[in-house]
Design a protein around this ligand. Structure first.
Ligand code: ADP
Length: 307
């Protein structure tokens, strides 16, 4: 089983010809409203792939919160550890331009209210736990305490350093696997992941902070998997991308789901294999629109003819 310390947001999306300049008012094409949040997306991604998933999070005492809880239940997720606080459910305001490029503002709301002690207690209570995943949209103290509890139980911790934020540094000592995209890797290490030396130097910095594997996702260029002594490139699957929303989240959810199936301590070869699977799942996601609607089941990953 896996647990995700998760941000749960409702996305309010505006489609416009371009992203407006500061102070500018622009006429858009259309609006939509969807469930999202990196943590929620990761949890749903893993659940659709057949993982047993528990969500540790917090929503408001509002209709958005009701809707998100129902959606997680419908995916078969355990929501026993999703609390409800007096703050509103987290929300993202997203503008997408005609090329599919987005700009996003996230307001944490209830996501900031996940109690750290309860998050740690949840990790200690959940049966059969193999992997705990987290990102930087949920309360960082809750993620840190949950990861520390997992570590002391021998449960593997997977930190997605998204969105880019210096708080990631505080979580590195309790993270076994770190998943960073190009921008996050640059911010965390000051190194260019497309340069072999930069990748090794940046990785070494993260290993010194306490993690064991670093995965740098590079969009259509795939990802690099580093351990303290080696670096392996895992290519992306060539597809025609229409919307990259949730590609990174699907990658993390799929990685966590696969790592949870490994008996005992993972090896670097097992982490590389799990990244190969995650790349297939993410490739399906980029061929579809939206966040939750784009997340595939295992059968759909097979049917997509991606190998
Ligand atoms: P994020 O969305 O967090 O910035 P990336 O853009 O690095 O993350 O994408 C995560 C993973 O999704 C990549 O490692 C790759 O496997 C897959 N992916 C992303 N974009 C594409 C694409 N255009 N074609 C195929 N796979 C992609």
């Amino acid at each position: 089983a896996i647990a995700v310390v998760a941000s749960l947001n409702v996305d309010h999306i505006v489609h416009a010809p371009r992203i407006p300049e500061p102070g500018e008012t622009l006429m858009g094409f259309s609006t939509s409203r969807e469930l999202g949040g990196k943590g929620g997306n990761q949890a749903v991604a893993a659940a659709r792939l057949g993982a047993e998933v528990a969500v540790i999070g917090c929503v408001g005492q509002d209709e958005d919160g009701d809707e998100y809880l129902e959606a997680l239940l419908a995916e078969g997720a355990d929501v026993t550890h999703v609390r409800r606080s007096a703050s509103p459910t987290g929300r993202a305001a997203i503008t997408v331009d005609a090329e599919g490029v987005n700009s996003i503002v996230v307001v944490s709301g209830a996501n900031a209210d996940i109690p750290a002690a309860a998050a740690a207690a949840a990790i200690n209570e959940l049966p059969g736990l193999r992997v705990v995943a987290g990102q930087l949209e949920a309360a960082p103290e809750a993620t840190e305490r949950a990861f520390a509890a997992a570590r002391s139980r021998g449960v593997l911790t997977v930190l997605n350093t998204a969105p880019a934020d210096d708080v990631a540094r505080k979580l590195l000592p309790v993270s076994d696997v770190v998943v960073a995209n190009e921008i996050e890797f640059r911010q965390l290490t000051g190194q260019d992941p497309f340069d072999g030396h930069g990748l090794r130097r940046g990785g070494a910095e993260l290993f010194a902070a306490g993690c064991r594997w670093v995965i740098v996702t590079l969009g259509a260029a795939g990802c690099a998997v580093l351990d303290a002594s080696s670096s392996t490139h895992v290519p992306a699957v060539a597809v025609r991308a229409v919307d990259t929303t949730a590609a990174g989240d699907a990658f993390v959810g799929a990685l966590a789901a696969r790592l949870a199936e490994i008996p005992g301590e993972p090896t670097t070869a097992a982490v590389v294999a799990a990244c190969g699977f995650a790349a297939k799942v993410a490739a399906v996601v980029v061929t579809r629109h939206g966040a939750h609607p784009s997340l595939p089941t295992s059968a759909e990953v097979g049917d997509a003819g991606i190998s």
